[in-house]
Ligand binder design. Sequence first.
Ligand code: ATP
Ligand code: MG
Length: 309
Amino acid sequence: QYSMSIPVVTNIELSSLAKLASGKVRDLYNVDDKTLLFVTTDRISAYDVIMANGVPLKGAVLTNISAHWFKVLQERIPDLKTHFITLDPPANLGDADKELVRGRSMQVRKLKVFPVEAIVRGYITGSAWNEYKKSGTVHGLAVPAGLQQCSPFPEPIYTPSTKAELGQHDENITPEQAAKIVGEKYAARIEALALKVYKAGAAYAAERGIIIADTKFEFGLDEETDEIVLIDEVLTPDSSRFWPADEYEVGRDQDSFDKQFLRNWLTKEGLKGKDGVEMPADIAQSTSERYLDAFKRLTGKTLQEALQG
Ligand code: ATP
Ligand code: MG
């Protein structure tokens, strides 16, 4: 099977392109002055630490979910600019390297990244719920009183955070603080765009039985045209909270679509937040199945079909 021949990798070293950066999950390689090869490994983090081993096919799922969204969002928001170029490998990638990144890479436009995480929340959970219980606000914003855990907001809200260096924690900030970071010139456009993309994506996912409770976008600047461009991964289970709609209930925490097995196991074993933990094969496998399930629900195709198409 084609997709089954994609190996599980947590570290990739390409010999034909220079590595420009490496994040928690991705490695960025230089294709040319204007282009990056955006490579997604099978690394997984839970409770803020990366596991020692990877989740089978996770890199391929995340890459192909993002690619699917770039296409869908482009159709639904015709004036949207995205960094997506193609899933095909660049011509200057060597044959051995092609094999290493197969199914898990895309070429994207190299852009100047705005240093904020453009978070949009449709439902109150996570750090927003914790802040709300203490102060009745969310990222310092006034929100209605009387919300229950995991209630929808009357309207999705833009709740940015700082974009911390590797190993640091992102900090929730107000839209005013975000405006100081990205500049007044771009702040309102970034906020409007984040809300627009979230609403289009959440509506699409809702038709497919998935609630996108919240998500994090990143934006870049095309310095030649002064256009704001949607970059990074988009509306994946890693950058968003996906909840199965048929299990959703207000007033309690919701199981996460993808990481629940892993989190439950880490908690049970007392390994929550510990570095270098090796997941047992069955946990890695059931986590993989959840990622594949999210892919199928969103795109209507199996990963296998998408990779062959
Ligand atoms: P996390 O997603 O958990 O916050 P991370 O953001 O450190 O971790 P990854 O997702 O592993 O990192 O790597 C992606 C990196 O690539 C991010 O730093 C992101 O800002 C950057 N990036 C995404 N798209 C582009 C682009 N078109 N041009 C330049 N940099 C980009
Ligand atoms: Mg990231």
